[in-house]
Design a protein around this ligand. Structure first.
Ligand code: MSP
Length: 646
C-alpha cells in the first residue's frame, strides 16, 4: 500500500487580493506535494479561505458589500490565482461552507460539554487585523498591537474560554517527546519559551458581531475565528461528518504537514494541538513555520502600496520564473527579499544561462554532430564521466533529504550545483574539439549521451519545481514517459534517443535594464496609486433623489418596550407600522427607559434588512437626532402608524 501524505496551507483571509507572500506558502506546499507524488505517495493537498471574523465583516462593509458576497468574490479570485500558479490542490475549503460550519459548532459543544470550554467574562485588548487578543502588558505604546502595530480595541464582553492552562504540561511534554513536531528549531524554542511563561485560558467566543459560526447552545456568541479556522484541517477531511474516509486515511495516515508563516506559529503550535488533545483527536501533524517575503524597505504592505502580486509578473515572465524565485529566495529558517534586480537576475543567470542554455547547447550539438541522434555508449571514455555520475548520485541524495526535511531552497541550490557541474563537464570534454577528429566519434557520442542523461535526471528533480520547463525538457529531449520518474533516477537507463531538431530556448535572456525598469515601474505605480487615494480631497458624497426614495420611512407607534435581555445599551420595542407589529432594537438606554418609549409615535426605516442584535431580531430602525451631550427620538404625534414620510 502507498504511504499517505497530507499537506495544508493556512487558509487565507479574504481581506483582499493575495500577494507573493501568501502565494509563497501555496507554491511551497504544491512543490512538496508534487515531490511526494513523484516519490509514489498517496497525497492530499488542502488549501482554502478563512472567511469569518470581524476583520472580514469590516472590510466587506467598507467596500459596501454583504460579507458573503465579498468572500465569494475573493474566493473566486484566489482560485484563479492558484490556477495561474498551477497549484494542484485536492480541496479548497471555505469556512462559510456548511460542511465546515456544522462540525465547528459541534466541536465547540463537545468541548463545552466536557468542561474544556467554560463561560466567563473577557476584558482585554483585541486587534481586529490579527484577530488576536492581548493583555495590557503585551501592548506597545499603550494601545498598539505587538504584532502589526495597529491600534487595538478594548473589549469587555461575556465570553467562553478554552482551558489552555489545563494542557500546559501535556503540551510541553509532547513537544519534548516529538523533537521534530515544530521546525525549524528556533521556532520551536520560541514556542517552548512562550508556554513556559504560562498559558492563560483563551477567549474563544465573541458577542459584539455576527459574522461567524454561532455557538449552538448560546447563539448570542460566535465562535472565535481561530477556533473556527484551525478546525478546517480536519473538517475538510470529513471529521465529525457521516463520511470520515479521508480523515481516517490522511489524518491518521503516515505524514501530516501544516505549513504556516512565522506570524501564525503560536496558533498552530499551541491552540491547535490543545484543541485536538481535548477533542480526543490524535495530534499527528508536524508544523513548519517559514519566514516572510520582505521588500527592500521592510514588510510588504498593501496599504502603503509596497506589494508584489504574482498576476502582474506571471503573464510576462512565465509561471516557472515566478515559482523558481519564490521557492529559492526564502531560506529554510529566514526571510527572503523581493527586488526587481534579483528577480531579473534569477531569470537571466539561473534559469536562462545555467539551466536553459545547458539544454539548448546539448540539443544543438546533437543536431549538428549526429543528426539529432545519440546512442548509449558501450563504455566510459573520460575520467570526468565518473565525476559527473557521482555528482548526480550525490545530488539525488541531497535533494531527497532536503525535500523530506522541507528544505526546498536548499534542494534547489544543490540541484543548481549539479547544473553547474554539468556545464563544467562540457568545458572539460570540449565536444567541439572532439568533433574535428573523425576518430573521436564514439567519444563525442558518449559525451553528448552523458549530457542527455544528466539533463534527464535534472528534469526529474525539477518536476515539482519548474512544472512547465521540466515537461518541455523531456519533450525536447524526447525522453520516454517511463524514464521521467523517480524510479528511473539511475544513470544509463536511457537507450538511444533522437532529440528535437527544432529546440526552443526555455528561458530567453531578458534585457536587464529594461525589465528591471518595468518591474520598478509596476511597484511605483502601486505606491503612486495609494498616494493619490490619500491625497484625494474627500468629495462630498451626494445622493440623488432616487437614492433617497429607496428609504421606506413611516410613522410607527411603540406599543411595548423592554430592556434587551443580553445587552445593557439596547431596548427592544414592539412597533406598529400600519401593516403589522415589528420588533426593533435600538441603542438608546442612556436617554430613554422602556416606559418613556411606550406610546411614542416615531420615524421608522421600514425596509432596513433585518438583523439579530445580541440574539434579538431587529426589523428596522427608529430615527433619532443626537450630539455629544444628548439624543432625542424624532416624534410625529399627529400622524398615524403607517403614514408615509418623505
Ligand atoms: N487566516 C489566517 C490563517 C488561518 S490558518 C488556520 C491567516 N491568513 S493570512 O491570509 O493573513 O495569512 C496567510 C499566510 O500568509 C500566513 O502563513 C502568513 O504567514 C503568510 N504571509 C503573509 N504575508 C507574507 C509574506 N510577506 N511572506 C510570506 N508569507 C506571508 O493568517
Amino acid at each position: 500500500m502507498k504511504k499517505t501524505f497530507y499537506i495544508t496551507t493556512p487558509i487565507y483571509y479574504p481581506s483582499g487580493k493575495l500577494h507573493i507572500g501568501n502565494s509563497y506558502t501555496t507554491v511551497f506546499c504544491d512543490t512538496l506535494n508534487r515531490y511526494k507524488k513523484l516519490r509514489g505517495y498517496d497525497t492530499y493537498y488542502l488549501t482554502g479561505m478563512d472567511e469569518h471574523g470581524q476583520k472580514i465583516e469590516t472590510v466587506a462593509k467598507e467596500l459596501g458589500r454583504d460579507p458573503q458576497q465579498h468572500v465569494d468574490l475573493i474566493a473566486a479570485d484566489t482560485k484563479k490565482l492558484w490556477q495561474l500558479l498551477d497549484i494542484e490542490y485536492d480541496d479548497f475549503i471555505r469556512t462559510t461552507e456548511d460542511r465546515h460550519e456544522t462540525v465547528v459548532a459541534d466541536i465547540f459543544e463537545q468541548l463545552l460539554g466536557q468542561d474544556d470550554i467554560y463561560l466567563g467574562h473577557y476584558e482585554g485588548h483585541y486587534c481586529i487585523h490579527d484577530e488576536s487578543f492581548f493583555t495590557e502588558t503585551q501592548l506597545e505604546d499603550g494601545n498598539l498591537c505587538p504584532d502589526c502595530g495597529r491600534p487595538t480595541k478594548l473589549v469587555k464582553e461575556e465570553s467562553y474560554f478554552l482551558r489552555l492552562s489545563k494542557y500546559e504540561d501535556w503540551l510541553l511534554e509532547f513537544i519534548e517527546q516529538n523533537p521534530d513536531f515544530i521546525t525549524p528549531e528556533t521556532r520551536k524554542n520560541e514556542v517552548v519559551a512562550f508556554i513556559k511563561s504560562g498559558l492563560q485560558d483563551l477567549s474563544v467566543s465573541r458577542t459584539s458581531f455576527d459574522w461567524g459560526v454561532k455557538v449552538k447552545s448560546n447563539p448570542n456568541h460566535v465562535v472565535y475565528v481561530w477556533i473556527d479556522a484551525l478546525s478546517n484541517y480536519i473538517t475538510a477531511l470529513g471529521y465529525g461528518s457521516k463520511d470520515t474516509t479521508l480523515y481516517d486515511k490522511y489524518w491518521k495516515g503516515d505524514e501530516v504537514i501544516h505549513v504556516v508563516g512565522k506570524d501564525i506559529l503560536r496558533f498552530h503550535a499551541i491552540y491547535w494541538p490543545i484543541m485536538l488533545k481535548a477533542l480526543g483527536v490524535p495530534v499527528t501533524f508536524k508544523l513548519y513555520a517559514h519566514g516572510w517575503y520582505m521588500m527592500k524597505d521592510g514588510k510588504m504592505s498593501k496599504s502603503k502600496g509596497k506589494v508584489v502580486y504574482p498576476d502582474d509578473l506571471v503573464p510576462k515572465y512565465g509561471l516557472d520564473a515566478m515559482r523558481y524565485f519564490l521557492l529559492k529566495e526564502i531560506p529554510y529558517s529566514g526571510d527572503g527579499v523581493f527586488t526587481p534586480e534579483d528577480f531579473v537576475a534569477r531569470i537571466n543567470y539561473d534559469l536562462a544561462n545555467d539551466f536553459g542554455n545547458l539544454l539548448n547547447r546539448t540539443i544543438n550539438m546533437i543536431n549538428k554532430y549526429f543528426d539529432s541522434k545519440v546512442t548509449k555508449p558501450a563504455k566510459s571514455y573520460f575520467e570526468v564521466d565518473q565525476e559527473l555520475k557521482d555528482k548526480i548520485t550525490e545530488t539525488i541524495e541531497l535533494y531527497r533529504s532536503d525535500m523530506d526535511e522541507l528544505k526546498v531552497s536548499s534542494a534547489i541550490l544543490n540541484l543548481w550545483s549539479l547544473i553547474s557541474r554539468t556545464n563544467k563537464y562540457i568545458d572539460e570534454t570540449m565536444p567541439w574539439v572532439l568533433a574535428k577528429d573523425e576518430s573521436k566519434r564514439d567519444e563525442l557520442n558518449s559525451v553528448l549521451y552523458n549530457l542527455v542523461e544528466a539533463l534527464r535526471h535534472i528534469g526529474v528533480l525539477l518536476r515539482p519545481i519548474l512544472v512547465d520547463a521540466s515537461e518541455e525538457l523531456f519533450a525536447q529531449l524526447k525522453i520516454p514517459a517511463t524514464l521521467r520518474t523517480w524510479d528511473a533516477l539511475s544513470f544509463g537507463l536511457l537507450e538511444d534517443v533522437t532529440v528535437t531538431d527544432n529546440p526552443v530556448p526555455l528561458f530567453p535572456r531578458l534585457d536587464k535594464k529594461q525589465e528591471e525598469a518595468f518591474i520598478k515601474d509596476l511597484l511605483n505605480q502601486k505606491k503612486q496609486k495609494v498616494k493619490q487615494e490619500e491625497a484625494k480631497p474627500k468629495e462630498e458624497a451626494f445622493i440623488t433623489i432616487d437614492d433617497f426614495a429607496k428609504l421606506e420611512l413611516v410613522v410607527g407607534l411603540i406599543k411595548d418596550c423592554k430592556a434587551h435581555p443580553n445587552a445593557d445599551k439596547l431596548l427592544v420595542s414592539q412597533v406598529d407600522t400600519g401593516d403589522r407589529v415589528r420588533q426593533i432594537v435600538s441603542g438608546i438606554t442612556k436617554y430613554y427607559t422602556p416606559d418613556d418609549m411606550i406610546g411614542k409615535k416615531v420615524v421608522i426605516v421600514k425596509n432596513l434588512k433585518p438583523v439579530k442584535l445580541r440574539g434579538e431580531l431587529s426589523e428596522g430602525m427608529l430615527l433619532a437626532g443626537s450630539n455629544k451631550k444628548t439624543l432625542e427620538v424624532i416624534e410625529l404625534n399627529d400622524l398615524n402608524p403607517g403614514d408615509k414620510i418623505s
